[in-house]
Design a protein around this ligand. Structure first.
Ligand SMILES: NC(=O)c1ccc[n+]([C@@H]2O[C@H](COP(=O)([O-])OP(=O)(O)OC[C@H]3O[C@@H](n4cnc5c(N)ncnc54)[C@H](O)[C@@H]3O)[C@@H](O)[C@H]2O)c1
Length: 427
């Protein structure tokens, strides 16, 4: 029997055995038993996630392939595998060639938002398991198709909303479920940034590599399904600023926060969204198209309201979600602090509330830990030992409110979600 067949056999046996026997401890994996992974996109996120993969799950996985359309990132990705994994991966410019490799069991799709749909669909059709960065897709319709194919394929899909794997949010969920803050009808979520910062001189203007030009940057493959236009380094390396490739704040940042509200409070798609904002701080001569200032108000069918605020001109209050229950508040700040405050009711708190004491946790490094756990959960789901914590359907439910915010903002109208048709409408 070939090495490949026996390795696949092992994966299948592990999955079958684990499902039959529950969470039994599987033996340590040998070199040839590890899940073989490919990275599609080795830019900021891909390069970072490779590190998290090696730190968190070195014994479960081997990165055997890396694909990127900018030569500099392809070579950095390959170096990281050689340095941290000790093997030399195959390298590709065309992701379809990577997907055609039967030795690849799983792919990490870490490319700009507009490429998630064609890549995820092709990966599922090629029989791969996918770790797919958020947002699941660039439109609601694309996301729905990914969910459909993912569920039909039976492959594991893990969407990169790693807050679900952050111990602080898991603690918050547990506290809410134990009734520590009583019924929750209101969440305030926010994300504030200011520039210049160490990462960029202006909002989402990350550094463009000095050597990048048309000879080492595959512009047509970057465009993929997007409108054809001449080579533009800003669009390639700072794609978040343009509607063709990104939904801006709504799908880049807000989806993390709608996702975590869903996770902590067991919510689903909101009934409506009203969004407004603009380009107030980082406008011309900058040619950005997406807003740097955004407020969105969501109403949910079950008497619940989410108030979202994002601004790129002041970072005093950072990043966070405040779960405001009738009996108390839990806030998770910057992914590394959890605070719990029981309500005082002006000295009239009922005894069961008055008996609760404040809690303040500060844990550095929580987002790194969350990403490591999220990747590990994906790999264990492939082995049949765990269920993916952020499957395609959850990724879509998190992304729909983001898309609703973009549509409301761009059409200057309140938008509604129709549960019966699974579609949005404007009136
Ligand atoms: N979960 C999180 O907290 C988090 C954080 C940051 C980014 N992200 C997500 O990760 C994804 C990537 O973001 P990023 O910041 O790494 O962007 P990036 O621009 O730094 O990296 C994208 C990479 O994709 C490559 N690429 C472009 N077109 C390609 C193609 N056709 N085939 C192969 N490679 C191609 C680019 O060369 C680049 O190396 C986005 O979906 C983003 O939303 C998630």
């Amino acid at each position: 029997m070939s090495e490949e067949l026996s390795r696949r056999g092992f994966l299948a046996r592990s999955a079958g055995a684990a499902m039959a026997a529950g969470p039994a401890v599987l033996p340590a994996l040998g070199q040839n038993d590890r899940i073989q992974a490919g990275f599609i996109g080795a830019g900021g996120r891909g390069y970072y996630c490779m590190e998290r993969l090696y730190k968190g799950s070195p014994e479960l996985v081997r990165v055997v392939a890396v694909c990127d359309t900018y030569a500099g990132n392809l070579s950095r990705g390959k170096d990281r595998v050689q340095t941290m994994g000790g093997n030399t991966p195959k390298t590709y410019i065309d992701y379809r060639e990577l997907l055609a490799d039967p030795n690849v069991d799983a792919v990490f799709i870490m490319t700009p938002e507009h490429l998630h749909y064609p890549m995820a669909m092709a990966a599922l059709r090629a029989g791969k398991n996918i770790y797919l960065e958020k947002p699941i897709a660039h439109t609601i319709e694309e996301g729905a198709e990914i969910v459909k194919l993912a569920e039909k394929s039976g492959k594991v899909v893990q969407v990169g909303t790693q807050n679900r794997s952050n111990p602080l949010y898991q603690r918050a969920k547990d506290m809410v479920e134990k009734g520590m803050i009583g019924p929750v009808h209101y969440v305030r979520a926010f994300w504030y940034r200011n520039f210049p910062s160490r990462s960029a001189p202006a909002a989402w203007r990350y550094a463009i590599p000095a050597d990048a030009d048309e000879s080492n940057t595959d512009w047509q493959r970057f465009l993929g399904p997007a409108a054809k236009r001449p080579f533009h380094k800003g669009r390639y390396f700072q794609w978040r600023n343009y509607w063709d490739y990104s939904g801006g704040i709504s799908t880049d940042l807000l989806v993390h926060q709608t996702d975590i509200a869903n996770y902590v409070l067991n919510k689903s798609v909101p009934m409506s969204c009203m969004c407004s904002g603009g380009i107030y701080v980082w406008g011309p001569p900058d040619d950005r198209e997406v807003p740097d200032t955004l407020s969105a108000i969501y109403e949910y069918a079950d008497k619940f309201h989410l108030n979202y605020s994002c601004f790129f001109g002041n970072d005093q209050y950072g990043y966070g979600e405040q779960f405001m229950g009738h009996e108390g508040t839990i806030e998770v700040l910057n992914r590394q602090e959890l605070h719990f405050y029981p309500q005082k009711f002006g000295g009239l708190a009922p005894p069961h509330v008055a008996a609760r004491t404040e809690l303040h946790l500060k844990e550095a490094n929580q987002d790194n830990i969350a990403v490591e756990r999220h990747i590990r959960n994906f790999l264990e789901a492939i082995r049949g030992k765990e269920k993916a914590i952020a499957p395609a359907r959850m990724g879509q439910v998190a992304a729909i409110p983001g898309h609703m915010a973009t549509l409301s903002y761009r059409n200057n109208k309140k938008i509604y979600w129709d549960e019966k048709t699974d579609k949005y409408r404007f009136s």
